[in-house]
Design a binder for this molecule. Sequence first.
Ligand code: 13P
Length: 287
Amino acid sequence: MLVSAKEMLDKAKSGHYAVGQFNINNLEWTKAVLLTAEECKSPVILGVSEGAGKYMTGFETVAAMVKAMDKSLGITVPVALHLDHGTYEGTKACIEAGFTSVMFDGSHYDIEENVAKTKELVELSHKNGISIEAEVGAIGGEEDGVIGKGECADPEECKRIADLGVDMLAAGIGNIHGVYPDDWEGLSFETLDAIQQKTGTMPLVLHGGTGIPDDMITKAISLGVSKINVNTECQLVFAEETRKYIEAGKDQQGKGFDPRKLLAPGTEAIKAKVKEKMELFGSVGKA
Ligand code: 13P
């Protein structure tokens, strides 16, 4: 069932667990995440970056595929189709294309411009019955060619953005996208706590879920994180299992070259990874 992310995140916030956002790249990814959410009776958010949207030939294609797949698979758990790190134009395009949730990432603007643009997009999203995430303080690492530094957000600025009526807030707390470097200092729980104090019941979003140790994830949830984004980890297990299949020569046995067979081990690996994360985040059985 495609829904806005608001209700599932408000429930997660009050129930002290987090809903996973898993980024999708193609049909296999979408199917793997949807089936796992259904099996786990967990709410789920399908994240689509602008790059992935372009790869899948546009936001309209993505919305049509996800809606149809949700229906044909008979998915009963709440599913939000969410734009990840949207630009101003991309956010508007996804609202029009039928996404049920969007993220406007204005963190690279100065705070006044971030506030002005977020405010406008909050009104537009809510007029269309969809949820909106905003961001304060860049998340480090690389996402679609944009490199952030992994800074910590200013809690006062978080409050300003939260007060605009956004449904969820991403705030930098030393997290980065992709694999964490060996000298990573870990999440700043001091910053997270200060943000949570200022923003109250606002569901907070932790980007860069790949590679964050389990105990840090659990602590972040206890301090108000209600949505955790995971992308790279699914890509890594998909690549690893696909490589094993080919290196074992299985693509050369019988009809092993059939894409439905070739992509199956990687797809199964995504399912296992998504399930592991849903268990860790505490969202199993919460649909
Ligand atoms: P990772 O790729 O590090 O898991 O981050 C995903 C993310 O935050 C998407 O916005």
